[in-house]
Design a protein around this ligand. Structure first.
Ligand SMILES: [Zn+2]
Length: 631
């Protein structure tokens, strides 16, 4: 997974509304040996979709039906059962069987030998109970007649002891909408699609996007690539992004070499509106699957901005086909959706993945050296927001609970930096020949989708195929709690800290972390935003230190106080979507005068202390840097 902000709490709300709607009638006469799941996207009721599940004949007196508490790739409790209500069980004569909710995510059915089917209504996570806590890329959205984003883990469950049974999924859909998914289809028509899934995991590993057709498909040698976009106003066309996705995936395949064996890859890109972005607290990102990814961004992003976000985020997801999808522990292989055991190796599942998503871009020439160093610096800065003395393996094993959960986002920051250090160490020891990619290629050959490693043995295995120094690093900085002195690793490859021009995330910033303004109370105690620093863009527009910042691009800021956070964000957020051509204005007060200053975004930058090449580096260090970045 890759996300751009985080705030999560466990949800304990569950409501069971009474609904008088009739169950879907199952007309199959004989009992098949697969589980049949039916979803009706046409006959909706109050923004809810009805689901019916028909299991094979059950030979136990009672059986439990589960909706997942947690799903792979998310590392937090989601309790998807709270989006399910009015669960009913029937025998083949349409008599109701007794059913009891055991907790938010499980239901016990008595007299199970007589069970013919269960039915329930599902709410979408985009506006369902406490739905904002679910990552949008792992969520569902029902927009009647217009689009359906189906992450099936919030809609379809499994029976106790039957996770390995195969599924047939029947989806009745509006005529104008077309399904896009990597789930194999047995048949497709305007109004009814039938899919098959080998086991429960397969059904939730293949999300489905129903929308009006907006897709592109192409072959990259032996890999079939597809992308579908749901764009509410239709401004973003899949064909506009084909070239960028092609370039990115060609580069990734070259980078991975023999470690890539993915036969097909589908990108489901769901673009939400600003209101939805606000609902999710600014959260965007993507979730990995074996042969697809669901990415959620905001439609207001300019094409250039969206393209770079797609490259950064979708490349991360595609690298997940290496780990955890092809290299994972037993805990992940036999994933328990309702009593999870977590693996210790988030430094690899997310850290290596995120590191590669940056390294391949410099390795394959998509970005230049300074851009790569700036990305490293950004990770270094952001990692300081989290507990730098927390053992990474301990955090990973306990990630669903505190104090680990609030440090989760550090897997994208320090997790990537751990891999950078390992990479430099292994390059140094091997005279530049091998790095962390070589380790991953070897692990991919040894393991694979069907062969998990033992969680406790992985680090020893890596040390055995590399060097004792690597073992020391793991013991001290990954298992242990000693912070990494990154300067040690920078100096090995001839880098140092020094003044550099750093590009900014938006025109609102003075460096890559802080805005160019600060809240300060005036003489009468009213808090105002005072301009404290400048960046190249706003300086060129004529903004001056000491100005009061009143508004952006015609939208005036409300009074600066906590209760107005949403209104303040609404003024600021659009600036993150602007490309470098956007004309905009800033309204300031200077003395008695109110000024509206106009300009173009350009590429705002500021002088800052950053990672730079050391002109006094030894030849050996420069050669190691070349091997690290370009080999
Ligand atoms: Zn990820």
């Amino acid at each position: 997974m890759k996300k751009l902000s985080s705030k999560f709490a466990l949800c304990i709300a569950a409501t069971f509304l009474i609904s008088g709607c009739a169950a879907l009638k199952n007309t199959t006469p004989a009992r098949p040996d697969y589980i049949q799941a039916s979803v009706d996207l046409v006959a909706m009721n109050d923004d809810r979709v009805q689901v019916q599940i028909t299991p094979p004949k059950i030979n136990a007196e009672e059986i439990t039906f589960y909706i997942p508490q947690i799903v792979p790739g998310t590392y937090e409790y989601s309790n998807f059962g709270r989006f399910v209500e009015n669960v009913k069980a029937y025998d083949s004569n349409d008599n109701e069987l007794s059913i009891e909710a055991l907790d938010q995510n499980s239901w016990k059915i008595s007299n199970a030998k007589k069970l013919d089917r269960i039915t329930y209504w599902t709410s979408d996570t985009f506006d369902g109970p406490e739905g904002s806590e679910i990552y949008p890329m792992g969520g569902t959205n029902y927009k009647e007649g217009e689009t359906f984003l189906l992450n099936l883990h919030s809609m379809i469950g499994y029976f106790e002891g039957m996770k390995e049974a195969s599924y047939r999924l029947r989806v009745r859909s509006p005529k104008n909408l077309e399904a896009f998914t990597s789930l194999p289809a047995l048949s497709k028509s305007d109004t009814l699609d039938i899919f098959s899934a080998k086991r429960y995991f397969h059904i939730i590993d293949n999300p489905i996007l129903y929308s009006e057709p907006n897709t592109v498909r192409f072959d990259l040698d032996d890999i079939k690539v597809g992308m579908a976009i749901y764009s509410p106003t239709g401004v973003h066309k899949a064909t506009d992004y084909e070239a960028a996705i092609k370039e990115m995936m060609v580069a990734q395949k070259k980078f991975l070499g023999k470690a890539n064996n993915t036969p097909s890859y589908d990108i489901l890109l769901y673009l939400m509106g600003m209101d939805e972005l606000q609902y999710f607290g600014g959260m965007m990102g993507a979730l990995e699957h074996h042969t697809s990814t669901t990415a959620v961004f905001v439609e207001q992003m300019q094409p250039q901005e969206l393209t770079q976000s797609l490259v950064d985020v979708v490349s991360h997801e595609f690298f997940h086909t290496l780990t955890p999808l092809n290299i994972h522990s037993e805990e992940i292989h036999n994933f328990e959706y309702n009593t999870p055991l977590m693996s210790k190796h988030l430094w690899m599942y997310e850290g290596t993945t995120e590191y590669f998503a940056n390294l391949f871009q410099i390795n394959q020439g998509l970005i230049d050296e300074q851009n790569f160093y700036n990305r490293i610096l950004e990770k270094l800065n952001y990692s300081q927001r989290y507990d730098d003395t927390m053992s990474f393996t301990e955090m990973s094993a306990g990630i669903v609970d505190e104090p680990y959960q609030t440090n989760y986002a550090n897997v994208y920051q320090k997790g990537a930096l751990i891999n950078m250090c390992l990479d430099i160490l292994i390059r140094e020891q091997s005279g530049g020949d091998n790095g962390i990619l070589w380790v991953m290629q070897n692990l991919a050959q040894r393991y694979g989708t069907e062969k998990p490693f033992q969680d406790d043995a992985l680090i020893d295995e890596i040390v055995a195929m590399t060097y004792p120094e690597v073992g020391e690093f793991f013991k001290t900085h990954v298992e242990g709690n000693t912070p990494i002195d990154y300067m040690d690793y920078f100096s090995k490859v001839g880098l140092t800290m020094g003044e550099t021009e750093v590009p900014l995330p938006s025109i609102l910033f003075k460096d890559n972390q802080s805005p160019f303004f600060a809240p300060q109370p005036n003489a009468s105690g009213v808090v105002q935003y005072v301009v404290t620093d400048l960046n190249t863009t706003i300086e060129a527009m004529g903004v001056q230190v000491g100005d009061l910042f009143l508004g952006l691009d015609g939208k005036m800021l409300p009074e600066i106080k906590q209760e107005n956070a949403e209104g303040i964000n609404a003024v600021f957020t659009p600036s993150f979507m602007w490309d470098d051509q956007k004309e905009f204005s800033i309204t300031v007060q200077r003395g008695e005068e109110q000024l509206t200053l106009r300009g173009v975004t350009g590429t705002p930058s500021a002088k800052a202390n950053g990672v730079v090449e050391d002109p006094t580096a030894t030849e050996l260090a420069v050669a190691l840097r070349q091997a690290w970045l370009k080999k």
